[in-house]
Design a protein around this ligand. Structure first.
Ligand code: 5AD
Ligand code: SF4
Length: 478
């Protein structure tokens, strides 16, 4: 753990950050000259992976917009293409390489195209090497700790024929106030901490995102006040492990205290957070949720495996019983609480019998939904060296078996909502029938009901009349 130091993107007293605004101005001039008689240059930004990456992608867009680029949904038409990558599983990495490969013919047609790759993948040495050797059409590679230097990096790229590789091994400071273009006007994610100190044996995140660092409550609360004042109705607090929030922050503060302070912000909005770690989640967290009217009664609590031996090998530091006790406490004190989770199937050493312990947890908790993954070996993690004897095909069968159980559980849970009234934040047009609108209720289940488009962006009370596998159907209460 490091003590959090903070720098501001536009703090002109700071040598480094003065430079970022300086480089943005330089790029604006350069693009204005280069594209003088043409349409404005376009950028295609594609983000893979988790909410943290999505948030980084929004900051990348914020900086790119200030440079004078417009945005396009097609890489083919773009002058600047950026892939913001994920390294959590191998298939995510394969997809990125497929996408980078496909850019080659666009670049042949448009020699001026600048191609950048950043994010968790590029933080790994073997990936940097592979891009260096095999993907010569990539101009820029930068890592998770260099994000705020994007203007400087692009400026270097447009002024040289050389390829730029800017991957720092660690960033000691949190950079505040990076410009941002948010994806949604209704929901916003706000990081409360970066990095992870937990070192679960399968996970690459601590190696690519660095040590855990918490933002100060003042910076978090200021950002949320600003977002809420623009009419955003849902704030998601984001961190690899939200309930170890506060490390290195002075005066001392923990996650429950932060939740209370966010809850005290005036305005019509609700609060979610992702993800708590079961080893640090406690009764106090559930008591706080119960007492904070804006905090939703739905918790994403990854359990990964239901077998104690596997949990130990994963370095998760809780047992299946401890997990269940937590869930049961939450169910006791928070009405209608729902849980979602992450599960890894086929971790080294898992047998079919051990896998059945995971199904036992599914049946006892009755999750609203699960995010399940076949174990993927990650270079440099302790699990990379563990003997892994079960063939991929067998692991896929286990995963399918698990999803069949979960389908029935979801259906049962959805059925239990019939007759209840839920609070829905409407965020788009529905898909079930013409004239339907949709959104998620506080319990984080998708709800559709007949209603006017003008309700998008508002909370609506809906009585649930029917249910399907993935959606509740209701009627607006007048
Ligand atoms: N293989 C499969 N799933 C993984 N996850 C993290 N690392 C791996 C891996 N090596 C899953 C975990 C985590 C989620 C974000 O991704 O379930 O909670
Ligand atoms: Fe990975 Fe574990 Fe950290 Fe989550 S808590 S990011 S699974 S090491």
């Amino acid at each position: 753990m490091v003590k959090s130091k903070v720098k501001f993107f536009n703090d002109s007293s700071n040598e480094d950050d003065k430079n970022q605004s300086f480089y943005i101005d330089k790029i604006v001039n350069y693009l204005q000259n280069k594209y003088r008689h043409k349409d404005m240059p376009l950028a295609y930004i594609h983000t893979f992976g988790c909410q943290q990456n999505v948030n980084d992608g929004e900051k990348i867009k914020g900086m790119i917009a200030l440079m004078g680029y417009g945005f396009t949904d097609s890489a083919e038409n773009a002058d600047f293409v950026l892939f913001n990558t994920c390294a959590v599983r191998e298939n995510a990495e394969d997809r990125v390489f497929g996408n980078i490969g496909a850019l080659k013919r666009y670049k042949t047609a448009n020699r001026n195209m600048i191609i950048a790759v950043c994010g968790c993948m590029t933080q790994q040495k073997h990936i940097q090497e592979k891009i260096k050797k095999t993907y010569h059409h990539v101009n820029i590679v930068f890592g998770t700790h260099s994000l705020h230097k994007l203007p400087e990096i692009i400026y270097q790229a447009i002024n040289t024929d050389k390829r730029i590789f800017d991957v720092e091994s660690e960033e000691s400071e949190i950079i505040e106030s990076i410009p941002i273009v948010r994806q949604s006007k209704i929901k916003a994610w706000v990081p409360i901490s970066y990095g992870c100190d937990h070192f679960c044996t399968y996970c690459v995140v601590p190696y690519v995102r660095g040590k855990e660092k918490s933002r100060t409550p003042e910076n978090i609360l200021d950002e949320i006040r600003g977002i809420v004042s623009t009419g955003v109705k849902e704030i998601g607090l984001l961190g690899q492990n939200v309930n170890s929030y506060g490390k290195g922050v002075s005066p001392k503060i923990n996650f429950s205290e932060l939740l209370k302070r966010v809850n005290d912000i005036e305005g019509d909005f609700r609060i979610r957070f992702m993800s708590p770690h079961p080893k640090d989640a406690n009764e106090d967290m559930f008591d706080t949720i119960a007492n904070c009217e804006k905090v939703c009664n739905s918790i994403h609590l990854p359990f990964q495996s239901g077998n104690d031996k596997i949990l130990k090998k994963m370095n998760r530091k809780y047992t299946a019983d401890e997990y269940l006790n937590l869930v049961n406490y939450g169910k006791k004190i928070i009405p209608n609480i729902t849980f979602t989770t992450d599960i890894i199937v086929g971790f080294p050493g898992e047998t079919y019998e051990k896998f059945l312990d995971t199904i036992k947890i599914l049946k006892q908790v009755k999750f609203a939904s699960v995010y399940s993954f076949i174990y993927s070996k990650r270079i440099g993690t302790p699990a990379e060296k563990m003997e892994d004897l079960i063939p991929k095909k067998e692991k896929s069968d286990w995963l399918r078996e698990m999803l069949r159980y979960q389908e029935d559980i979801t259906l049962d849970l959805n059925k239990s909502f019939v007759g209840k009234t839920v609070n829905v934040l409407v965020d788009e047009i529905g898909k079930q029938q013409d004239g339907f609108i949709s959104g998620r209720c506080d319990e984080n289940i998708l709800v559709e009901f007949p209603g006017a488009k003008s309700l998008i962006g508002n909370f609506v009370k809906v009585e649930i009349k029917d249910y399907m596998k993935c959606v509740l159907i209701g009627k607006k209460i007048d």
